[in-house]
Design a protein around this ligand. Structure first.
Ligand code: CA
Length: 259
């Protein structure tokens, strides 16, 4: 079965796996296959781009350290032509901050060694929140003209992290049991942060998801919205405990455990 067959009705999700370590390749092909993913393997960066251009994929799993062309460069190149969900795989968790800081345009990061279950749940999460490229068919709702592109791409289910609860369908936000009215962009911003609670969201990825990837304008807009959002949901907005600033990178919504 080829990757292009995989996107048909009843087929699996087509995944491009760029990985040069044989032990990981074998384990992933079997493990992901069991979860309904159809895996195409590329063993270096150049092959990854060739495969990517040859057939449509629903998701790319990209090792950072690849022969011939690094995963970071592969990611940057793919981003010039596609918004396909990309998960970068780093060799050590300490590398993640460096990789995130480079803002290559990946949707998520995992570090080796990882549990198959964790990887699969990350994969499903990015598949839910990233709209598929036109031409791909799938269950993920397509963006309809005039609707907010980002909000349409994420699930409308209630998200709760600690004392903050967000109901996208009703456009309701509750903080410490009290309802807090939020303007649309602040609501979308909080929604994105909550969906990624516990993880750093880069400034670029937040701007992309809330204002759209074609957004041109002052990046201060993001900081202004964060500031307003903190004013509404933080107990002490001058010392934020929920939305923290990760210097040089972006923002993170803290999970209760992390506080
Ligand atoms: Ca490698």
């Amino acid at each position: 079965m080829t990757a292009s067959d995989a996107t048909g009705p009843g087929g699996g999700i087509a995944v491009l796996l760029a990985e040069d370590e044989e032990s990981f390749v074998d384990a992933l092909v079997v493990g992901l296959g069991r979860e309904g993913f159809v895996v195409t393997v590329a063993r270096d960066g150049i092959e990854a781009l060739e495969r990517f251009d040859a057939t449509p994929f629903d998701l790319v799993l990209l090792d950072v350290m690849l022969p011939k062309m690094s995963g970071l460069d592969v990611c940057r190149t793919i981003r010039t032509r596609s918004n396909v969900p990309i998960i970068m795989v780093t060799a050590r968790s300490t590398e993640i901050d460096t990789v995130v800081g480079l803002e290559v345009g990946a949707d998520d990061y995992v570090s080796k060694p990882y549990r198959m279950r964790e990887l699969v749940s990350r994969m499903r999460a990015v598949l839910r929140r990233v709209p598929r490229d036109p031409g791909h068919t799938g269950e993920v709702p397509r963006v309809t003209p005039g609707s907010a592109p980002v909000l349409a791409a994420v699930p409308d289910t209630v998200v709760t992290v600690g004392d903050v609860r967000l109901d996208p369908e009703r456009h309701e936000c509750t903080v410490r049991g009290r309802e807090v009215p939020l303007p649309l962009k602040e609501f979308e911003l909080l929604h994105q942060l909550l969906l990624n609670a516990g993880r750093v969201m880069t400034r670029d990825s937040l701007i992309d998801r809330v204002w759209g990837s074609d957004y041109v304008g002052d990046t201060k807009t993001l900081d202004v919205h964060i500031k307003r959002l903190r004013g509404r949901i933080e107990e002490d907005p001058s010392r934020p405990q929920l939305i923290t600033t990760i210097r040089g990178l972006g923002y993170r919504f803290e999970t209760p455990r992390g506080r």
